[in-house]
Design a protein around this ligand. Structure first.
Ligand code: PYC
Length: 404
């Protein structure tokens, strides 16, 4: 769908060509960022981005827009830090305001083992130059005066990992900004173009069959988040990924009272207040595998119950909308970025689970470099598909905002 703002088209519609140098399946933030850096940094512009829906209709428009780099592992921390730095400069880079508010991010600990886990993250973050530290109730109260830390809490707040550079971005502005910049370089965006097959000949991905025709491709990238294993299976590449819905909701607008992102894995909830005053609230992942993008009443009740433990004054606030995104979860909660081991010309940037949106710019930049140069950049080497075969897992589960 071509977006119109006044008379300026954000991106144009195109007939599908017979061939492209690179075909990217999935035009969310990862696919768009990869196309953008292919064009901008490597001069690769015969690129088609395909999406089965409208732009941002997948996880890019369904996440809770949290940006942070306070991860746990020596592989994950520098990667997400690179992504936060790209986000910091993205409005200037794209000439388009992505409304990034680095308001600060607090991960709460309610048990001694929770505090110990956050201490490890704080120390690893500091060693690798990421601003994050453990704080205790007095400082938490000062930073978030509206949050309840009084008597009678079912899960008392003992400490928090405070990460000042973390914050919130306008996720659809990121999608539109990259799309507009891609369009200006002649990169083609094809929404409502579903991939139905990938043809592999002599061990190499050669073409992509879509609902609008077949296209030959020099390289094919799978950047489809929740549908990653379905698309890779079309190329004969099995993935160690399961897909789970993750639900969220948004309330009616309220006067500003919360200017930090609050996350509690124990309470299965994370909350922030948008510039419009709405509260965006997210849940843990659904306990079953599914591709559903619908909300359910039990999860809404759970989000409300836990939010009220932190902010009892919200009793009676109305919910406007509820939805779900589909998360592509790997066994170690780290992504899979790399060339397929047994099918050449087929690349993957998948397995982001609940971390995908914040990783978009860095994933795009380094995936583009890998496709354009044929060499895997050091920063993404640990996330290669071979790590499951060679037992070099990355182990990022303890950095999850969401309990699993
Ligand atoms: O990793 O910050 C996060 C997150 C929040 C919601 C889902 N993932």
């Amino acid at each position: 769908m071509t977006q119109l703002f006044g008379n300026n088209r954000m991106w144009r519609s195109h007939e599908l060509k017979k061939s492209y140098d690179v075909v990217i399946i999935g035009a969310g933030v990862h696919g768009l960022a990869t196309a953008y850096y292919l064009g901008k940094e490597h001069g690769v512009r015969r690129v088609a981005l395909l999406d089965k829906g409208y732009l941002g209709s997948g996880s890019s428009g369904r996440n809770t827009a949290i940006i942070r780099s306070n991860y746990r592992t020596p592989e994950g921390i520098p990667f997400y830090d690179a992504s936060v730095k790209l986000y910091e400069d993205l409005s200037r880079e794209l000439g388009w305001n992505v409304l990034f508010s680095q308001c600060g991010h607090l991960t709460l600990a309610h048990t001694d083992s929770g505090v110990a886990g956050l201490r490890v993250r704080a120390e690893n973050n500091q060693l690798l130059g990421v601003d994050s530290r453990l704080i205790y109730p007095e400082e938490i109260r000062r930073l978030v005066p509206s949050m309840y830390l009084g008597a009678g809490q079912r899960y008392p707040i003992l400490a928090a990992l405070y990460h000042p550079p973390g914050g919130i971005i306008r996720h659809d502005a990121v999608v539109w900004g990259y799309a507009r910049a891609c369009d200006r370089m002649g990169i083609e965006i094809h929404p409502f173009t579903e991939v139905t097959a990938i043809r592999v000949e002599n061990g190499a991905a050669r073409s992509v069959v879509t609902t609008r025709g077949e296209i030959a491709a020099g390289a094919v990238l799978n950047a489809t988040a929740g549908w990653a294993s379905t698309i890779s299976a079309m190329a004969g590449v099995p993935l160690q990924i399961v897909s789970h819905p993750l639900q969220a909701c948004v309330t009616e607008p309220l006067k500003p009272f919360l200017d930090k992102v609050i996350v509690s894995a124990t309470l299965h909830v994370y909350v922030n207040q948008t510039d419009k005053g709405e509260l965006v609230i997210g849940a843990e992942i659904d306990p079953y595998q599914s591709y559903s993008t619908k909300g359910t009443l039990p999860t809404l009740e759970q989000m409300a119950t836990y939010t009220l433990e932190l902010f009892p004054q919200l009793h009676g606030v109305r919910v406007l909308r509820q939805w779900a995104g589909v998360c592509d979860m790997t066994p170690d909660f780290a992504p899979i970025i790399g060339a397929a081991e047994d099918v050449s010309n087929f690349y993957m940037d998948v397995g982001w689970g609940t971390y995908g949106f914040k990783a978009g710019p860095a994933a795009g930049k380094y995936t583009a470099e890998m496709i354009a140069t044929g060499k895997t950049p050091k920063i993404i080497e640990p996330f290669s598909p071979s790590r499951f075969r060679t037992a070099r897992l990355v182990g990022e589960k303890a950095a999850a905002a969401v309990s699993h």
